[in-house]
Ligand binder design. Structure first.
Ligand code: PLP
Length: 514
């Protein structure tokens, strides 16, 4: 093939980098903008005032042809981006399980981008690799997991759960899944794994799907009144499945569950997994870090026996997005699951200048230097700082529970185990009615409208969920900025909204008004 001529170069070579003066000037302006943002974060409207159509229009523009001055981009950030942010860093943001973002993460992201190391391979990121290795050991130590474990940072809990399930498969099934995958003739049985019915997280379903095990490969184990996995039922299901010719390979325990923050009985699950030769995976995406609190030790007993643990620093360690993490008890099992080689990955003769290559331990090849934000925040706050913040969050959840219990118009549905709390509005005058379908439907609607209404005001961000069949108001309190006062204000507003909406009634449900 003949070489295509390039158009004549009419300008001298230029990297298009800013010069030092320009860089400083824009850099200071960016820092000023961020500092100003932080000083107003508590008082901001949490969701944008604009609707989704308007926000889409704001960003509708043609591919830039000739460039624009750097400073004008900061202006665009202020004028176009900031007004359409959902402020996860607000102390009254309680949606999903979203962390609040540490200030050290901001600096770490900038510093990491400045050197642009690729943490996929040691040669392209020696300090990044060693900092990540150190952070993995520190996190293990924090939660009482063996510090000689393997592990790495990943995009989030979903990717960590996916990597854990692949590792479980590779290391438990009696045939080689690396070469032939599931297409081997030696696979005679259908593979199944177990998690609890009520609180099992949807990311495990996604992971099973991505592994092509099929979503039905997940057996939902009944849970008790406390919404923790019933381990007798688990044992019975495993035996039953074996008799029916299935091949169980893994049990997933929730360590801090999504609606009510419970921890499954880890000690029992560990014992069953050992007896049955199954992989014990602990999905602690939101809750595993609670194990750093000595007063919660009984809850977490058995976590140290898990074959793998998922834990999201971007949730309850407040690190900025993205930052998920997987720990695997035996590093070699993780390597065996992901290792691959090619001449371009080797790239040099063996020398002393060579350490661990993270591409051998996870699904990604190129990887960011996410460890820096964990490293800097952990060093800034220390174990004690983190313990204080986690306790504050738990205290907020317990306080909210007390407010709910003390009010005749609210109904608690569980005690808060950690920082997630779900409850519902149930006006006192409606309690006199006998339980009936229309009442339940009305309460579902009412609670949904309350969550929507408070979020629409911009004062707080609250979503609904479903617990024991009821629509509930659910708060995930994992902001390092939330105070008891925030909780009291939010509760008072919810109460007020509940009264208002109930007084308005719902068309078709009028008969339910007192
Ligand atoms: C959030 C969460 C996940 C998924 O994590 P992402 O970081 O959102 O991918 C998995 N399991 C549990 C229990 C979670 O709370």
């Amino acid at each position: 093939m003949s070489e295509q001529p390039l158009p004549p170069n009419t300008v001298p070579f230029d990297s298009l980098d800013l010069d030092a003066e320009q860089f400083r000037s824009m850099g200071y302006a960016v820092v000023d903008a961020i500092a100003a943002y932080y000083s107003t974060i508590r008082d901001r409207r949490i969701i944008s005032e604009s609707g989704s159509r308007h926000i889409a229009e704001v960003f509708e523009e043609k591919l830039p042809q000739s460039g624009q001055p750097a400073e004008s981009l900061l202006q665009e950030w202020q004028e176009r981006v900031l007004p359409h942010v959902t402020h996860l860093g607000s102390p009254r943001y309680f949606g999903f399980v979203n962390g609040s973002g540490t200030m050290m993460s901001v600096f770490a992201e900038a510093l990491a981008a400045s050197v642009n190391m690729n943490a996929g391979g040691w040669k392209a990121g020696p300090a990044a690799t060693e900092i990540e290795r150190r952070c993995i050991a520190w996190i293990a130590e924090l939660i009482g997991y063996p510090t000689d474990c393997g592990g790495l940072f990943l995009g989030g809990g979903t990717l960590a759960n996916f990597s854990a399930l692949l590792t479980a498969l590779r290391n438990t099934v009696p045939f080689d899944t690396t070469r032939e995958g599931l297409q081997t003739d030696r696979r005679r049985q259908k593979l199944v794994l177990y998690m609890s019915d009520h609180e099992g997280h949807i990311s495990i379903v996604k992971a099973a799907d991505m592994l092509n095990l099929g979503r039905e490969a997940i057996r939902r184990v009944p849970s008790g009144d406390d919404l923790r996995m019933d381990t007798r039922a688990l044992e019975a299901m495993i035996h039953d499945d074996r008799q029916q010719g299935y091949l169980p390979f893994c049990v997933v325990a929730q360590v801090g569950s999504i609606n009510v923050g419970v921890v499954d009985p880890l000690e029992d699950i560990a014992r069953i997994c050992r007896q049955e030769g199954l992989w014990f995976h602990a999905d602690g995406a939101c809750g595993a870090v609670g194990a750093m609190l000595p007063e919660l030790a009984p809850l977490y007993r058995g976590l140290e026996k898990a074959d793998s643990v998922t834990l999201d620093p971007h949730k309850w360690l407040y690190i900025s997005y993205e930052c998920g993490c997987l720990l695997v008890r035996e590093p070699e099992r993780l390597r065996r699951s992901f290792s691959i080689s090619a001449p371009y990955l080797q790239g040099s003769l063996p020398t002393d200048y060579k350490g661990l290559d993270y591409f051998e331990y996870g699904p990604q090849m190129s990887r960011g230097f996410d460890a820096l934000k964990v490293w800097m925040t952990l060093k800034h706050w220390g174990r004690e700082g983190y313990q204080q913040l986690l306790r504050q969050n738990i205290q907020c959840a317990r306080h909210l529970h007390q407010l709910v219990e003390a009010s005749p118009d609210f109904e608690p549905l569980h005690r808060p185990a950690l920082f997630i709390y779900s409850f519902r509005y149930f006006p006192a005058e409606l309690r006199r009615q006998a339980p009936q379908q229309p009442l339940e439907e009305y309460l579902d609607q009412l609670n949904q409208r309350m969550a929507d209404a408070i979020t629409a005001t911009g004062f707080a961000f609250i979503l609904s969920s479903k617990v024991k069949g009821h629509i509930v108001i659910r708060l995930s309190i994992c902001s390092h900025r939330t105070t008891l006062e925030d909780i009291e204000q939010v509760f008072a507003r919810l109460h007020h909204l509940g009264r208002e909406l109930h007084a308005e009634g719902e068309p078709g449900s009028r008969h339910l008004q007192s």
